[in-house]
Ligand binder design. Sequence first.
Ligand code: PGA
Length: 251
Amino acid sequence: MTTRRKLIAGNWKMNGLKADGLALASDLAGRLNGAGATAFDLLICPPFPLLFPVADAIAGSALALGGQDCAAKTSGAHTGDVAPAMLTDAGCRYVILGHSERRADHGEGDALIAAKAAAAHAQGLIAIICVGETESQRDAGQANAVVSGQLAGSIPTGATAANTVIAYEPVWAIGTGKTATPEDVRAVHAHIRAELEGKIVDAGAAKILYGGSVKPSNAAELMAVENVDGALVGGASLKADDFWAIATSCR
Ligand code: PGA
C-alpha cells in the first residue's frame, strides 16, 4: 500500500490582523520545532497582507506557507489579483484554489480554477484544488457525480502527485459544525482516488485532504479513514491549541 504523509492545512480565510497572525504562526512554528519527527506536514494559509510578515516569523521552521488563491495570469493589468510569483516571492509553497467560497462568492468555475492551477504549477507552487457537493446535490444522490465533474474540469494538464493536492470539502460541512460521517468520507475519497487515475501523474501518491468542520474531537477518526491524507481546516486553524491537536491526531 502506498504511504502518503499527512498534510494538515490551515485556511485562515479572511480572519486575523497582523498581531494575531504573527502570534498564531510563531506559536505553531515553535510547537513544530519542539516536536521532533512528526507524522504530518503543517501548512498555514493566511490572508495575503500577512504572508511576508508571517514568512519572517516562521523562517527556519518546518511550518509551510500558502496563499488562499492566485491569478491565472503572471502579471499585468489585473486590479486586485495576486500572481503566483508574488506568492513564491512571499515564501509560499502552496496555494488553495477553487475553494467553495471562491466558487460561490466570485463565480469561479472549473476552467478558471484549472488555469489558475496551471499558472501555480508553472511557478513551482503546489495547488490544493478544492471540490465538494452542496447539501441539495448530496440529497439528490449527486455527490460523486458533482465531484467527478469538478475534478475533470479543474485539474490541469501537467498535474502530478508532487504538484497537486485534492481537498474534498462538502459545502454543507464547511463552517457549519456538521461533519460528514467517516463512512461518507471513505466513500467519496475512494471515488476521488479512482477518478484521479489518468488525471494526475502518479495518482496513487496524490494526497486527498478532507475539509469541513474538522476539529480536535473528530480529527483522529477522520484522519484514520482510508484515502484521507490530511485535513483542510478553517475555523479550528485559528486556535493554535485546536490546530495542533488536529495535527497530532495523525498517526
Ligand atoms: P471549516 O472550514 O473547518 O471552518 O469548516 C474548512 C474550509 O473551508 O477549508
